[in-house]
Design a binder for this molecule. Structure first.
Ligand code: ADP
Ligand code: MG
Length: 617
């Protein structure tokens, strides 16, 4: 390779300088750090290569969370003997030839660095054959050194195995997380590729078990295969198209709103991307249906002209730059809103009629206008600010009236109860003559020095967390609601996690047993009961638990935290005065009442002097 020639020239030349060119092998190893950080990054590259090779069947075999084996077998176009050897060279790609191609990329890869990087830090075995060739090629390459190359019989397509990732870079190997964490990342990466390609058959095996089996289908079916059949009734389709952009996919009804940012997928030209900006657009379309700190479900596929985006700004291409981001933002907001409106989920029931009115003839079909500009999109968005009808105004009025009476009632009750409240004398503690609830979210109560505002969710989370942690460390079986045994399905990626915490859950009141591959039987739930179905609750619990695995906390603490986060009362729950007082009591009986388990403030106080200052400024 030309690079090697330059390298050796540099070594032979008179050493008047101190700068050396790095040998290829070392350069590859350093570059690998950028592209290949963990098993999940390797599987992403291999799957993308299989798709780029037009495969319609892709089989993934994983050993030990990808630490010992990641193998991808495809039925794509395969490689010639020359290409099979070349593909491991840096900047060897069949996908672009000149600079202009960079702006018209339709393939997933184009930099030609993935296989070079992987081969630098693993033991790689490649078997590949072109359709019209009799024999294929078998290559073994370890730490960039070719160990073997010979003809072989093989089906058309490619099989690439990555064994013992980072075998020659102990420092990186050491930084890999525990098996469940690496597996979780790996399966997530698999999903990010498999979800937007329902026309491709995928299977995934881990340590001999088939975790995923995705037959060729449509997008809805693929989502049911991955997320479970129970989401079928809870998703609504999104479908909008203009000359510039097409949006398809599904968004979740409010039932699918979760506390952890789990199931949110945006794909641009079927490439998974992360975008806080577009995420915000989607959240905005739900208006006030998504409470603070919670997250709707969505899987949206955007198709745009590759010339409108730059995918070359991030080493693993997870972030992209749009030519006109604001326009896309507005467009997505409108598209999602339209979808939700059609299914009577947001107040904007009548998108089509209103939209037509607002835009004249341009959007007669209910689509955004074809000559899309940010101005017109905004016009299209305005009709959502619906004028309330007369009837709605009256309803609102009556609701307000009802609320006032309710509040008066509870205040009256609070006054009678306040005589029982005797211990609130310490500086910070509420002297709860008349705690009251603000917007079904905060509890306000006078204290000696002024007033206290308690976040009801965080306070309850703190209380439950300390209770759960104690139950777990005491190792006493908790009281349970007797329950008719119920079977639940658990997502494949979470089965291992649930197995790990069955004992801890028992101390909190959940009696769970493994039943089948993805099936568990629940014989008991905590005596307080659950506000949602057992399956939905466990699913959310596991999702929080998995997210918490990123931070360094013990299993016990994680279980207590994730339980608390998912069972604490949320905002929007009306509390009686008795409940408010119990909550205040219990919060201040906690070891650490000031913050939620995640370290966020449970309450804030206002001094009288502060109030006074505000009036005088
Ligand atoms: P890139 O995908 O950016 O081109 P890679 O290092 O991932 O770079 O792959 C290098 C080249 O190897 C590709 O351009 C392609 O020609 C070939 N290749 C890799 N994987 C496969 C596969 N599964 N089937 C056919 N060709 C492949
Ligand atoms: Mg590639």
């Amino acid at each position: 390779m030309s690079h090697e020639i330059i390298t050796s020239c540099a070594r032979m030349g008179s050493h008047s300088g101190i700068i050396n060119l790095l040998p290829d092998r070392l350069a590859n190893q350093i570059a690998a750090g950028e592209v290949i950080q963990r098993p999940a990054s390797a599987i992403k590259e291999l799957l993308e290569n299989a798709l780029d090779a037009k495969a319609t069947r892709i089989k993934v075999i994983i050993g030990d969370s990808g630490k010992t084996l990641i193998q991808v077998v495809d039925n794509g176009i395969g490689m010639s003997e020359t290409d099979a050897r070349l593909c491991f060279e840096r900047h060897a790609t069949s996908k672009i030839i000149e600079t202009d191609d960079l702006f018209q990329i339709r393939s997933f890869g184009f930099r030609g660095e993935a296989l070079a990087s992987i081969a630098a830090v693993a033991q790689v075995e490649l078997k590949t054959k072109l359709a019209d060739a009799d024999l294929g090629t078998h290559i073994i390459i370890e730490g960039s050194k070719v160990k073997k190359q010979e003809p072989t019989t093989h089906a058309t397509g490619t099989s690439l195995s990555v064994k013992n990732l980072f075998f020659n870079v102990p420092a990186r190997r050491k930084f890999l997380k525990s098996d469940p964490v690496e597996l979780k990342h790996l399966l997530e990466e698999f999903a990010r590729v498999a979800i937007p390609h329902p026309e491709v058959f995928f299977t995934l095996h881990h340590n001999g078990n088939e975790l995923y089996h995705f037959p060729i289908s449509n997008l809805r079916q693929r989502l049911l295969n991955y997320f479970g059949k129970s989401i079928n009734e809870k998703i609504v389709p999104v479908q909008e198209e203009t000359d510039f952009i097409k949006v398809t996919g599904f968004v979740g009804k409010p039932e699918l709103i979760k506390k952890t940012r789990g199931d949110q997928y945006i794909f641009v030209n079927r490439r998974f991307i992360k975008s806080a900006y577009l995420n915000h657009a989607i959240k905005m379309s739900y208006e006030n249906l998504v409470p603070e700190g919670q997250h709707p479900f969505y899987v949206l596929l955007l198709e745009v002209d590759p010339a409108m985006i730059d995918i070359n700004i991030h080493p693993t291409k997870q972030e992209i730059k749009f030519e006109n981001e604001r326009l896309i933002y507005n467009y997505i907001k409108v598209a999602v809103k339209h979808a939700l409106g059609k299914y009577s989920i947001t107040p904007s029931l009548d998108f089509d009629a209103e939209n037509t009115q607002a835009m004249g003839n341009a959007g007669a079909s209910g689509r955004a206008p074809t000559s899309i500009s940010s101005d017109t999109v905004q016009t299209a968005a305005r009709p959502f600010q619906k004028q309330p009808s007369e009837k709605a105004k009256w309803l609102e009025f009556y609701e307000e009236m009802a609320e006032v009476t309710q509040r008066e009632l509870s205040e009256a009750k609070a006054v009678t109860l306040s005589s029982d409240w005797s211990k609130g004398t310490d500086e910070g503690e509420p002297i709860a003559q008349s705690a009251f609830q603000l917007h079904e979210s905060y509890i306000i109560s006078p204290i000696k020095s002024g007033m206290i505002v308690i976040d009801q969710h965080r306070a309850h989370e703190r209380i439950l967390y300390e209770q759960h942690l104690k139950s777990i460390s005491d190792k006493k079986m908790a009281a349970q609601a007797s329950l008719f045994p119920e079977t639940i399905q658990v997502e494949a990626k979470y089965v291992g996690l649930l197995m790990d915490v069955i004992e801890e859950l028992a101390y909190i009141g959940f009696q769970i047993e493994k039943f089948g591959q993805n099936t568990f039987v629940v014989n008991g739930v905590p005596s307080d009961g659950l506000r949602q179905s057992t399956e939905a609750f466990i699913d959310q619990f596991l999702e929080t638990y998995a997210a918490n695995m990123e931070i360094q906390i013990s299993i016990q603490e994680n279980v207590a935290r994730s339980m608390a986060a998912n069972s604490a009362i949320t905002k929007g729950v009306r509390l009686t005065s008795i409940e408010m007082q119990e909550l205040i009591d219990q919060l201040f009986a906690c070891e650490m009442p000031y913050t939620s388990p995640g370290g966020k403030k449970c309450f804030i106080t206002f001094g009288l002097d502060e109030v006074e200052n505000r009036f005088n400024s």
